[in-house]
Write a protein that binds this ligand. Structure first.
Ligand code: NCD
Ligand code: ZN
Length: 345
């Protein structure tokens, strides 16, 4: 059987929630990845070092005993975040970044930042204390077409942010457009981006194949094919500014299959399989290891992993759902087949 062995990867953007949902989804991430940047958009959001450390303890208690997994915590930036908290976060070995959600941009973002310019003193503090800023890069202007929101965010805010804070390390999360790729490529080495499997594999037609497809709906929303091609090119280019971040975002099946379905694709159990498929389609399996296992660690100034992950070329079917009956989560590609599978270690 054809296999692919790579250094164990990390997930630089994942939602694992808390409580029962955490217990359901975390083992899937821990099986695939050695470490993950944990998104702080809980209800209520994780805004202080103290809360992040408590959340970290909850996660560590949930890691299956036979797996090694390190959660890398982040804090949710609000208008009330103080320089003292930013300093404390930068000094903590467990906190690795702040996350900026424009208020109202996505799931649990209502406590996010409404006036981005007003957050400049906080960006200055992050630059000074050398802690990265992770950005959900979409404007929330209801008059802006939803497919243009990432491009407009770059034009309206991001160009000015990188100009004002040249030493601030920024990750533009889950990039979805050729505009974002171009922006990241032409910015300094302090600017990087994560790429999700769904944005590498699908264009916006996937939202409407024979009817509305809630499990393919996430934010930023899937874009046109030419954008997808630009993302695949960036991911498979070997450019270290582009690295893996699944944005796996579990929601109950009932909350996605609803009159107002939640945004987020659940990909944790099949993440590396999806990336392998995307890279293989681009004839670039040799570029997967840098993207999945090296560049993110380098950007976050963490050591690269030393153990390995093996993927085997074999066809298998993605389950219809994960989790118990009262907590059923439908993954991306439910009931569809995949051509790679990670091997049990
Ligand atoms: C994420 C979630 O559900 O928390 N949803 C999503 O569509 N990606 C939030 C986010 O990252 O935007
Ligand atoms: Zn996310």
């Amino acid at each position: 059987m054809k296999t692919l062995t790579i250094t164990r990867p990390d997930d630089w953007h994942v939602h694992i929630r808390n409580g029962e949902m955490l217990r359901t989804v975390l083992p899937y991430t821990a099986k695939q990845f050695a470490r993950a940047i944990i998104m702080p958009n809980l209800k209520p959001p994780v805004t202080t070092v103290e809360q992040a450390l408590l959340y970290r303890d909850e996660i560590l208690k949930t890691v299956p005993v036979d797996l090694e997994f390190t959660p890398l915590m982040t804090l949710y930036l609000t208008a009330a975040t103080t320089e003292n908290e930013i300093k404390k976060a930068a000094e903590s070995e467990h906190i690795h970044a702040f996350k900026l959600y424009p208020a109202g941009a996505t799931t649990h973002s209502d406590s996010g930042v409404a006036d981005i310019k007003a957050a400049y003193p906080q960006f200055a503090a992050m630059e000074k204390h050398q802690i990265p800023l992770l950005i959900h890069g979409e404007v929330t202007d209801e008059h802006c077409d939803i497919f243009d929101r990432e491009r407009v965010f770059i034009e309206r805010y991001l160009l000015d942010i990188v100009k004002h804070f040249p030493e601030l390390r920024i990750v533009l999360e889950h990039v979805t457009t050729s505009d974002a790729v171009q922006f990241v490529e032409s910015a300094s080495t302090n600017v990087a981006a994560t790429l999700t499997p769904q944005h590498l594999l699908y264009n916006r037609n996937a939202l409407f194949v024979g009817g509305i497809r809630p499990h393919n709906y996430c934010l930023p929303v899937l874009k046109r094919e030419h954008h997808r091609l630009a993302l695949v090119k960036a991911a498979t280019s070997g450019n270290s500014k582009f690295f893996l971040g699944t944005d796996s975002a579990p929601h109950l099946t009932t909350l996605k299959e609803s009159a107002c379905g939640c945004a987020g694709c659940f990909t944790a159990p099949i993440a590396m399989e999806l990336y392998a498929e995307a890279f293989e389609s681009a004839n670039a399996l040799d570029k997967l290891e840098g993207f999945a296992s090296f560049y993110g660690a380098d950007f976050y100034r963490l050591p690269r992993n030393t153990d390995t992950l093996i993927l085997a070329k074999t066809t298998w079917e993605v389950p219809a759902s994960y989790g118990k009956d009262n907590l059923s989560i439908t993954p991306l590609k439910a009931n569809e087949s995949l051509s790679w599978q990670i091997c049990n270690q």
